[in-house]
Write a protein that binds this ligand. Sequence first.
Ligand SMILES: Cc1cc2nc3c(=O)[nH]c(=O)nc-3n(C[C@H](O)[C@H](O)[C@H](O)COP(=O)(O)O)c2cc1C
Length: 247
Amino acid sequence: MIECLNDSFPKAFLRARCAIYSRKLFIFFVKFHHFIFTQTMDKQTLFKISYGLFVLCAEENGKDNGCVINTLAQVTDEPCRVTVTVNKANLTHDMILRTGKFNVSILAENASFLTFQRFGFQSGRNAMKFYGTNAPRAENGILYWTEGANAFLSGEVISSQDLGSHTLFIAQVTEARVLDPALPSATYAYYHENIKPKPAPVATADDGKFRFRCRICGHIHVTDTPDLPDDFICPLCKHGKDDFERI
Ligand SMILES: Cc1cc2nc3c(=O)[nH]c(=O)nc-3n(C[C@H](O)[C@H](O)[C@H](O)COP(=O)(O)O)c2cc1C
């Protein structure tokens, strides 16, 4: 009996030690994986994705509206379907959600900054964005923007996906026309380099405040803290914290 106890004691002891070491090894691997992942998650990578720029238009109960987006993508050819992703804070978002229809114009390299100001820096909730323009209507009855645009298409929403801050609309293309075949489409990078005015140097007052400039629209946010909250969004163009630079 004593022999038996003596025999099983080291085995039980070893088993317990093994369990402890494998647990420690497991925790080490989890931490190592987390370390590697955070080291390899360079947010600058996302800025390397190429995007176009577009004016997305909607109409509801006689009100015409539109906003600038960079998220149009063709996702299938047959049937011809596109997606647009729109911030829920945008009036255009609500109009499309309710009506299920939109037009989207593809902006070209000759698009003026005024187009971005008209559609991207103010909301149709407190502005008549088409006021004083002579934008034509497509077959679906919705206006489409032609100044500095090389093509437009009409979409009928067939499905939508709630993405939290944004909604992804999947749409069937019902009309598509090229307006100027010679004009190259503007990319987001082209907009930053050539369309958006270069930011004027800012006199940083010695008032103990911190200043951040939105890289998308140039809005300057003044704060008492040296960092912006993670959920901060630009009051003008609705872009997030990652698009702000400290000045
Ligand atoms: C260059 C640029 C790109 C933008 N991209 C998007 C986008 O992809 N999705 C989006 O929802 N809003 C985008 N916006 C912001 C909207 O255009 C902006 O919030 C607009 O004022 C909303 O207008 P609305 O409330 O009349 O719809 C962008 C703005 C700019 C200037």
